[in-house]
Write a protein that binds this ligand. Structure first.
Ligand SMILES: [Zn+2]
Length: 407
């Protein structure tokens, strides 16, 4: 079965994950879909398929070569974003997309002139939504591609490979999929998440990310009798923000530039709260950015009195590049596999986080591969059928390269 055929089946399952739920997975649909995948894997003849009570699938295919090589793993997530309704209602195939503007529903328009991924899809068969739902390519494209590669291995015993591990996880979109991920049960030495957008992308440099909470305590009085008494918390919050370099905001940064993003501000004269995201690719610059915020808070406390500004910084994800760099075969093999599929590999820096980052720090270096589906979390989602085939091919080529692995 081709990857897209599987994909069209998978996107009909409702696997939206939702924040703030007690249960793991957050929604029962994810577990139900995992059961479908588990039985499909068993139908392939894979004996080692484990579905745990939290909805995680782990499994492996034993090596069929003499040589000792690393165990390579592949991961995709089964849940889809809650940004728009899902599951997909009426996905439709457009054969040999000719580059015209597509109006999927009133106001839901795909235009290759402003969409470089769509530009790359001209001449390919693509899948689009009916303009009212998500497609779910994030990450069912990845799921379909890994499944297709696994089916190929089990039906082609002459294909030589080391031990292959795989995992399908819930709740990635709500940021908790790594919380219950069992690295030991997964059992891979190195892995790839198949969870990117355009096919050909290999991502292993992501942001260091922190969240910062600023609480300003003011003093409220009657404005008519405020002289030398009032401290307006909102104005002090504005002072704090003004101390941060304005050119280091998301809207002025790209590529390897870091930023401070003012996520939220709310308050009154007595109390004002601000929430920031701090992002940077470089470790030293990341530390500098956090230290700079501390300095701003200190300065304002000197000016307005101790305890006026309270800054709490919490570290989030870390740049996985640090963990991947000692194992650049992960990148070199992926590059070569993609090039053999006729696509020029690209290694862009991710301006966000990824699940692979946490996993890399848990000891399984794990770059991310593009799936050939794009415009994720939007009504204009597209899955490129040809690129999905190529991605499944590339996964097999990566496995073949690891069968030849020299330490
Ligand atoms: Zn994803």
């Amino acid at each position: 079965m081709r990857a897209y055929e599987r994909f069209l089946k998978y996107v009909m399952y409702d696997t939206m994950s939702l924040e703030g739920r007690e249960s793991v997975p957050s929604t029962p649909g994810q577990k139900a879909f995992a059961e479908v995948l588990a039985s499909e894997l068993r139908e392939f003849g894979i004996e080692d398929v484990r579905l745990d009570d939290k909805g995680y699938i782990y499994g492996s295919i034993p090596s069929n070569i003499e040589k000792e090589v690393p165990v390579i793993g592949f991961i995709a997530h089964v849940d889809t974003s809650d940004a728009h309704p899902s599951p997909a209602k009426a996905p439709r195939i457009i054969e040999k997309y000719d580059g015209r503007i597509l109006e999927l529903a009133p106001g839901v328009v795909l235009n290759p002139a402003i969409d470089s991924n769509l530009q790359n899809a001209i001449g390919c068969d693509i899948i689009v939504t009916d303009g009212t739902t998500l497609l779910g390519g994030d990450d069912k494209a990845g799921v379909a591609e890994i499944m297709t590669a696994l089916e190929y291995i089990t039906s082609h015993p002459q294909f030589r490979h080391g031990k292959i591990a795989f995992s399908f996880t819930p709740d990635e979109e709500i940021g908790t999929s790594q919380d219950h991920f069992d690295v030991k049960a997964f059992g891979a030495d190195f892995a790839y998440t198949v969870d990117g957008a355009d096919f050909g992308d290999i991502e292993y440099e992501n942001f260091y990310g922190a969240s910062a909470k600023v609480t300003v305590r003011g003093i409220s009085t009657h404005p008519g009798e405020a002289k030398d008494k009032m401290k307006n918390a909102c104005l002090i919050a504005m002072e704090f923000d003004a101390l941060l370099p304005p050119w280091q905001r998301p809207e002025h940064t790209e590529n390897y530039d870091g930023f401070y993003h003012l996520l939220r501000i709310a308050g009154d004269c007595e109390n004002c709260q601000m929430a920031y995201l701090v992002r940077e690719h470089d470790d030293a610059k990341y530390e500098e950015k956090k230290a700079y915020m501390e300095k701003a808070a200190m300065l304002l406390n000197e000016k307005h009195g101790a305890g006026t500004v309270l800054l709490e910084i919490e570290d989030g994800y870390r740049n996985m590049a640090e963990m991947v760099r000692p194992h650049m075969h992960l990148i070199e093999f992926a590059k070569a596999a993609i090039a053999e599929c006729g696509v020029t590999p690209r290694v862009p820096a991710i301006r966000g986080g990824t699940d692979g980052s946490e996993l890399s720090y848990k000891g399984v270096p794990c770059p991310n591969l593009g799936t050939g589906s794009f415009n994720h979390h939007s009504l204009t989602e597209v899955a490129n059928i040809d690129h999905m085939d190529q991605c499944a091919q590339a996964l097999l080529k990566i496995m073949a390269k690891y069968a030849e692995f020299e330490k």
